[in-house]
Ligand binder design. Structure first.
Ligand code: NAD
Length: 379
């Protein structure tokens, strides 16, 4: 089976879909791998490191059209999908709720597509969980970014010239990214508070030594997958009122609140931001999904009239591309190893397997995933 890894085409993408170490694992399985020259240049993996592991490097991405398997990272274009070989498999990010047309392109090209974000987050599939591997790093980097933009230090410092009080960090949304943000801010010595609509999170926040902010919103809960349920407009308003005072006292606010498959909720309004201190920093980790903050501009930094900095970087994990690529590639290798069939030396697309059922969106010229089949029928 031949695999190809193109270089990411989005100029903002710093990561690579496969690292030399993960390539070696796949080659040991029996895959023959080629890649586009420079695929790891921005993340710290030179061509030579791939070649040493047995990957052949080609000057352009035309090899994708002959491969049985293509590993992607940034969103493919309809044109690049049309060039893929019928019957081949594409594995990568597809952000499918917001890119239904790409699924039509894959079906038309008769290419099977696995969306890494749709792999069920079960214990068995943990090693393939790109949402966790990437959001963990994004949560870490949100704190580093906030600290770098802040005009204060995070820890308390007792100096002969006086005591510097610790900075206050408020984390909104305590999933994978939020938990890592809390842990990182604590390690840097900040005073940390956090809020999430899922009450189960309170214990986790406390165990990291942070304070859980209590806001009574009535019935909130979570889906059976562990995701937050969308709040009613009245609940969102109550939440905003509950958070306004904390935001006003905070030096860094990190927002990570997301709703699976839907636009992120707007949790910080202009009004709330106008009550914040000049020089304070908001890092909107949900920027790429619509943002949690009124006034976020995707991939830009905005300074409000009252001097609050809003960071709208859409890929904070991409700021640490060496490690982000390492874990993304390990997730992909984990998936391919799981479905590798030694006898035929190829991947077994087992349509009865729960992981495959969750991730495989198109197959044999059709959109087969029930959620997206339904969405396309409605569209
Ligand atoms: P996410 O990225 O979908 O959302 C981030 C956080 O925002 C969540 O904690 C969510 O509750 C919160 N949120 C949503 N609306 C909010 C609002 N209005 N105000 C405040 N917070 C709000 O979440 P995630 O990081 O992907 O994690 C989702 C769930 O999946 C969690 O329960 C997590 O423990 C679980 N998970 C399970 C596994 C596994 O079992 N393998 C792996 C990773 C995550």
């Amino acid at each position: 089976m031949d695999g190809f890894i193109p270089k990411a085409k989005n100029a903002r993408e710093n990561r690579t879909a496969l690292t030399p170490d993960s390539a070696e694992k796949l080659i040991n399985l029996g895959l023959k791998l080629s890649a586009e020259s420079g695929l790891g240049d921005k993340s710290g993996y030179p061509n030579s490191a791939y070649e040493e592991k047995g990957v052949s490097i080609s000057l352009d991405d035309s090899g994708a059209g002959q491969a049985d398997l293509v590993l992607g990272l940034d969103l493919p274009t309809p044109e690049s999908i049309a060039r893929l070989k019928p019957g081949s498999l594409f594995v990568g990010y597809l952000d499918p709720f917001f890119n239904l047309d790409l699924l039509k392109s894959f079906a038309a090209a008769k290419v099977s597509a696995i969306s890494m974000e749709m792999i069920p987050r079960t214990t068995l599939a943990q090693k393939m969980d790109v949402l966790s591997s990437q959001m963990n790093l994004a949560g870490y980097y949100a704190v580093i970014k906030g600290a770098e933009r802040l005009n204060k230090v995070l820890p308390m410092m007792m100096t002969p010239a006086g005591t510097l009080s610790p900075s206050r960090v408020f984390v909104i949304g305590v999933g994978v990214a939020g938990l890592q943000a809390i842990a990182t801010a604590k390690r840097l010595g900040a005073r940390v508070e956090a809020f999430d609509t899922r009450p189960v999170v309170e214990e986790q926040v406390k165990s990291l030594g942070a304070k859980f902010v209590k806001i009574d919103l009535g019935e909130t809960g979570q889906t059976d997958q562990g995701y937050a349920k969308a709040l009613t407009p009245e609940q969102i308003e109550m939440q905003r009122q509950g958070m306004a005072k904390i935001c006003a006292q905070s030096d860094i606010v990190i927002t990570t609140a997301k709703l699976f498959g839907r636009k992120a909720p707007t949790l910080l309004t202009k009004d709330m931001i106008s009550g914040m201190k000049p020089g304070s920093v908001i890092v909107d980790l949900a920027a790429a999904g619509g943002g949690n903050v009124e006034g976020t501009v995707l991939n830009e930094e905005v300074v409000t009239d009252n001097g609050v900095i809003i960071v709208g970087n859409g890929s904070l994990e991409g700021e640490v591309p060496y490690h982000a690529s390492q874990v993304y590639a390990a997730n992909i290798a984990g998936l391919l190893e799981h479905f590798w069939d030694k006898e035929s030396s190829s991947l077994n697309i087992d349509l009865e397997d729960e992981i495959m059922k969750g991730g495989l969106l198109t197959h044999k010229g059709e959109v087969i995933h029930p959620t997206f089949k339904e969405k396309l029928a409605e569209a």
